[in-house]
Ligand binder design. Structure first.
Ligand SMILES: NC(=O)c1ccc[n+]([C@@H]2O[C@H](COP(=O)([O-])OP(=O)(O)OC[C@H]3O[C@@H](n4cnc5c(N)ncnc54)[C@H](O)[C@@H]3O)[C@@H](O)[C@H]2O)c1
Ligand SMILES: O=c1ccn([C@@H]2O[C@H](COP(=O)(O)OP(=O)(O)O[C@H]3OC[C@@H](O)[C@H](O)[C@H]3O)[C@@H](O)[C@H]2O)c(=O)[nH]1
Length: 389
């Protein structure tokens, strides 16, 4: 079989693995499952409370990978089956988390429990059973850049030493406790420290991933269509929702924050390299992002508006954006990361990975997907709402 002949980065044949993937039903998990089924011989024990995003991989039994993916509907907060599944795998990948900023300041307890407390048994079972762990952390552990504390027009703000985020050198800079936005970043930081300590004291084999705004199809939900009408997803889905409904895109505090966006399919390549090259990935923390795709949120809104007009054939609004305050949009306790440029030295050196897709191209394929998947449903929901008003 062609898939069996695959070799790792050191030319050694890759043995088929059984992977216990927790949070497999989410955005990243669904893409990772797809990749593992289509291109590798590995087996997946997919753990999540939902499976809508991986349904196409589970049914019907005639799929070429039938038998290599198994879904287990488990809430890891309180299910004794978790340890058994971790024991059955060669490797555990933990993706489960509350990870939408609208929750960090409004549901800080759930956020901290989900990102720290609920990850503890996973870490314990991996450590006790000598199982390798790939844990998903976040670029938010860096918090704000050092440069953000300089005066606005200070020349050192342009110096990369004041903003590029390096796994082994940059500090983690969060706001005050009342800025509950940082509840997520702080919980993720502490679980990273615990995993690192398990590695140092007990020899746990681990890899920590820090995703920098991975985006693409199946990210989050469209409010009122496949998620709650009042829900606030991450920016890609917020702006997609506005475009689908012909509404202006809301720029929080003027849309001045900067982000680098990486295409999910590029990022998944990096995760596969980590899975299949343990000797190169163990003991490391990896930034996974695309430093070339930097924009302000305002620029992202403008580009998405332009791309959506192209892929939908619908003209864009005369005033495509409006400004809203963060208090109005997210409520009390919101704060923001100013700028996120990942340093790529470590992932380049260890895994030779580089992202390929430009922001324009990734938005074109993603918004084509959003339009195909949701435009009709949004039209029908709008017509229904008008009829009943
Ligand atoms: N997408 C990004 O750009 C990004 C950036 C930084 C960090 N991350 C991290 O990557 C991971 C995955 O992110 P995502 O974008 O796929 O998010 P997601 O919300 O789409 O996926 C998370 C999945 O975990 C599941 N889950 C949560 N709690 C659970 C529980 N108690 N038991 C079982 N399943 C549970 C959810 O149902 C969901 O399917 C998260 O840890 C997140 O913090 C993602
Ligand atoms: O409608 C919107 C939504 C969001 N935004 C802004 O867009 C930026 C990006 O917002 P996102 O919702 O994608 O979330 P952030 O980039 O702030 O955080 C994310 O980063 C890494 C992960 O750990 C998480 O998935 C999430 O915390 C923020 O500055 C936000 O204020 C808007 O201006 N308008």
């Amino acid at each position: 079989m062609a898939a069996m002949a695959r070799a790792d980065l050191d030319g050694k044949p890759i043995k088929p693995l059984t992977i216990c993937m927790i949070g497999a039903g989410g955005f990243i998990g669904s893409h990772l499952c797809e990749k593992l089924m289509a291109e590798t011989p590995h087996k997946v024990l997919a753990v999540d409370v939902y499976n809508d995003k991986i349904k196409h991989l589970l049914e019907p039994a005639t799929l070429p990978w039938a038998g290599r993916i198994q879904f287990h509907r488990i809430n890891i907060k309180n299910d004794s089956r978790l340890e058994g599944l971790i024991k059955m795998g060669d490797l555990t990948i933990n993706l489960a988390a509350i990870c939408t900023p609208a929750d960090y300041n409004t549901r800080p307890l759930d956020t901290i429990y989900s990102n720290f407390i609920d990850a503890l048994p996973v870490l314990k079972y991996c450590s006790e059973n000598n199982k390798r762990l790939i844990h998903f952390s976040t670029c938010e552990v860096y918090g704000k850049t050092i440069g953000s504390f300089l005066p606005k027009d200070h020349p050192l703000r342009q110096d990369p030493a004041f903003y590029v985020l390096k796994e082994d050198a940059s500090p983690c800079i969060f706001g005050s406790i009342e800025k509950q936005r940082w509840s997520y970043a702080c919980a993720k930081q502490l679980i990273e420290r615990l995993i690192y300590a398990e590695g140092a004291e007990n020899g746990l084999e681990f890899t920590i991933v820090r995703p920098f705004n991975w985006i693409g199809p199946r990210m989050d939900f469209i409010p009122g269509i496949d998620g709650p009408s009042e829900g606030v997803p991450r920016v890609l889905a917020c702006f997609s929702n506005n475009l689908l409904r012909g509404e202006p895109l809301k720029l929080v505090d003027g849309g001045q924050s900067q982000r680098t966006f990486v295409y999910i399919k590029d990022a998944i390549e990096a995760v596969l390299l980590m899975i299949e090259n343990p000797a190169r990935a163990n003991g490391h923390i990896f930034n996974v992002g695309n430093p070339k795709n930097e924009v302000t949120v305002r620029q992202l809104a403008e580009m998405m508006t332009e791309v959506y007009a192209k892929v939908s054939g619908e003209p864009s609004r005369e005033e495509p954006t409006i400004d809203v305050s963060s208090k109005e949009f997210y409520g009390e306790g919101y704060d923001d990361s100013d700028k996120r440029i990942p340093d790529m030295t470590i992932i380049n050196r260890q895994l030779g990975w580089n992202p390929k897709t430009s922001l324009w191209d990734l938005l074109e394929s993603t918004l084509t997907y959003q339009h195909r998947t949701y435009a009709e449903a949004v039209k029908q929901a709008t017509a229904k709402a008008v009829a009943s008003s």
